[in-house]
Design a protein around this ligand. Structure first.
Ligand code: HEC
Ligand code: HEC
Ligand code: HEC
Ligand code: HEC
Ligand code: HEC
Ligand code: HEC
Length: 485
């Protein structure tokens, strides 16, 4: 077996499916007809897949992918149990006001009315935290003002006076209460998180399957014109991350099962399409390009490009931010997407890590549940890396803690290289064994339209993989620490 400086077994690298290697040329997968089905096919729902794939369904049903969004008691008493037990017990003591809308960048309207637990139509999250959504019809209501001093992270409700909120039909739908709670007894996020968009407008696409963005947009237009009674419908096929989120719509396959009308992600030959199976959700966007207020890749179908739908959260070269450290490492959850993409700039297009998809290591049908091994991986943690890194597996695993070796940062002190302290996915180690992203000479910038090239404020920090798309828009792209100098 040949081993190189990373301690890597070349045999294992070659065995990895989908990763570009020398060998017989693979036929393109998905085929033209499969791709067509992925784009235009109809969703059927996981309960239909269950009829023939019972065992897979039984595993999947227990995964964390089925806990992202669930019905609440407003949909039936039997769903009360989806609200944490301690939250049910303490409901009266909590700030159960609905966030109605924003007044300006630092001020929101919230209802003076407190909602009952029975009003909760949807419970979002389970494992680490929960948010609660109640229905709002767009009408004028008595309100308090809620303000933020830190750019929208924590909010304070001023209960000393009330104002009249004029109403806004654009905000109608399932709306969040000003609370966010953790599973542990009494762990309330006191920040009164100020999300003012409705769940359907903002984030439903990443927490459910088959959200029909066109149907929602049409329903909203009808509602505003008085042609529709309410906006309670959520236009999805499954209230879970279900089979068809990763395999594509399955109506044709369920009617006439064949490998030709469904997608097996491991067989996808285009590296980008392959990665997007999971990265349609495991990413942090700045905004959706076609739907104001949306933060998801709503309407994403396998085969689409990321940048057809959304913009990535911006890097913050040199300064750092709450989202990314100065070298581009993710600081918050679901940023594995950008972490892994950075490998391509650092190690080049032929990097094995840059071309791996999440499911090359993670077990998609056992997310959060595979007993004995890691809770999420196909194999044990060390084994996963040892497949290629042999005896160096434990050493390279240090990379998963992006804080190790770097000075600790506190909230607001973003100017350092520290990233998430666990779960980070930038597969690069520097000479001191620390996880790193981009060095200043590799920072990427785009000059705004009609911008002044000598002014720092006129340069946008962009990710290396966005270079071509900015150039196509006619913007000048520069690489380096300070292109304005
Ligand atoms: C009526 C039974 C039936 C239903 C319903 C069904 N399947 Fe299948 N599925 C099959 C059979 C049979 C095969 C194997 C086909 C073959 O070997 O040619 C298969 C194969 C697959 C494969 C493997 C494809 C490959 O290339 O490896 C996937 C993925 C799959 N099904 C997903 C789904 C999903 C997702 C659903 C629900 C949307 C679903 N199936 C519903 C019978 C069914
Ligand atoms: C781009 C996709 C995306 C968008 C948009 C998104 N989420 Fe998430 N959300 C995720 C992913 C992926 C996770 C899992 C995080 C991880 O483990 O990295 C998550 C986790 C969560 C959790 C914790 C889940 C649990 O079980 O503990 C909550 C609560 C949550 N999101 C609420 C929201 C709300 C509310 C919005 C809209 C305001 C939203 N999310 C928008 C993808 C998204
Ligand atoms: C989070 C994404 C995801 C979800 C959700 C998901 N799958 Fe899969 N599925 C995959 C991936 C990736 C593979 C390729 C197998 C691998 O990674 O080893 C796969 C493989 C399969 C296969 C081929 C046989 C096998 O197990 O390798 C079938 C059949 C299948 N899935 C059916 C389903 C059904 C039915 C559901 C819903 C009950 C489902 N999948 C949910 C991602 C997913
Ligand atoms: C439609 C959106 C969506 C898709 C597609 C998706 N995920 Fe997720 N995933 C989520 C959300 C939301 C969570 C939040 C889980 C939590 O923390 O409660 C999550 C959680 C996870 C977790 C963490 C579970 C834990 O133990 O905390 C893993 C691992 C994961 N997903 C892997 C994958 C893989 C691998 C794929 C692709 C084969 C994939 N996901 C596709 C939305 C998605
Ligand atoms: C080279 C293998 C590899 C790849 C590729 C990979 N991961 Fe991981 N991931 C890991 C390892 C190792 C861990 C740590 C798991 C452990 O300690 O048990 C991890 C942890 C996680 C966790 C935290 C789970 C938990 O409960 O702590 C999430 C979420 C996650 N990965 C999501 C993803 C997503 C999304 C992708 C694709 C964008 C991805 N991973 C790609 C190896 C990988
Ligand atoms: C499919 C084979 C394969 C697997 C599995 C794999 N790696 Fe790698 N890894 C490579 C290759 C090849 C390189 C060389 C650079 C490249 O191609 O990206 C590398 C490079 C690295 C580096 C950079 C080393 C340095 O000195 O800069 C780190 C860190 C790393 N891998 C961590 C991991 C971890 C952690 C795991 C397990 C979660 C893992 N790798 C799993 C193939 C693999």
């Amino acid at each position: 077996m040949r081993i190189n400086k990373y301690g890597i077994s070349l045999v294992a690298v070659l065995l990895f499916g989908g990763v570009a290697t020398a060998g017989p040329a693979l036929a393109e997968y998905p085929s033209v007809s499969q791709a067509e089905n992925a784009k235009k096919g109809k969703y059927v729902g996981a309960s239909t897949c269950k009829m023939c794939h019972g065992e897979t369904h039984a595993n999947w049903e227990k995964t964390r992918h089925t806990m992202k969004a669930r019905k609440g008691p407003a949909m039936g008493k039997e769903f009360l149990g989806n609200v944490y037990a301690w939250v049910q017990r303490d409901w009266e003591k909590l700030d159960t006001h609905m966030v109605l809308d924003n007044k300006d960048k630092t001020t929101n309207y919230v209802t003076t009315k407190k909602f009952k637990v029975e009003d909760v139509g949807f419970v979002i999250g389970q494992v680490r935290k929960q948010r609660y959504a109640v229905y709002y019809d767009g009408a004028p209501v008595e309100a308090y003002l809620q303000t933020t001093q830190d750019g929208g992270i924590s909010w304070t409700i001023d209960k000393s006076q009330t104002v009249q909120f004029p109403g806004n039909k654009d905000r109608a739908g399932w709306k969040f209460l000003a609370i966010e709670n953790k599973p542990k007894d009494g762990e309330i996020n006191k920040s009164n998180y100020g999300e003012f968009y409705s769940w359907q407008e903002r984030c439903i696409g990443c927490h459910t399957t088959g959200f029909d963005v066109n149907a929602w947009n049409a329903a909203k237009a009808d509602f505003k014109e008085g042609k529709r009674k309410d906006l309670k419908d959520i236009f999805i096929s499954d209230i879970a991350i279900s089979c068809e989120a990763c395999h594509g719509p399955g109506t044709a396959h369920a009617a006439a099962p064949s490998k030709e009308n469904i997608i097996n992600p491991t067989k996808i030959t285009n590296v980008e399409t392959r990665k997007m199976v999971c990265n349609q959700c495991h990413t942090r966007t700045a905004k959706n390009l076609h739907n104001k207020g949306a933060n998801d890749l709503r309407g994403y179908r396998l085969g689409d490009q990321y940048m057809d739908h959304a913009e990535y959260v911006r890097p913050a070269w040199g300064k750092g931010s709450r989202n990314v450290s100065i070298d581009g490492k993710g600081r918050r959850d679901h940023q594995m997407d950008m972490d892994i993409r950075l490998s391509e700039t650092i190690k080049g297009g032929h990097s094995v890590h840059a071309s791996m998809a999440c499911f090359d290591c993670h077990d998609s049908h056992k997310v959060g549940i595979s007993a004995g091994k890691s809770k999420t991986l196909k194999k044990g943690t060390v084994e996963t890396c040892a497949a290629c890194h042999q005896g160096k597996a434990e050493a390279v695993l240090k990379v998963m803690n992006a804080g190790e070796g770097w000075p600790k940062y506190k909230y607001g002190e973003w100017g350092g290289e520290g990233g998430r302290t666990s779960r980070t996915h930038v597969f690069n180690l520097d000479a001191q064994g620390r996880s790193y992203g981009l060095s200043p000479d590799k920072y990427h910038w785009a000059l705004k339209k009609d911008g002044d090239a000598t002014k720092e404020a006129d340069w946008l920090a962009i990710w290396p993989w966005e270079k071509a798309s900015y150039e196509q828009k006619g913007l000048k792209v520069m690489i380096g620490a300070t292109p304005w100098m």
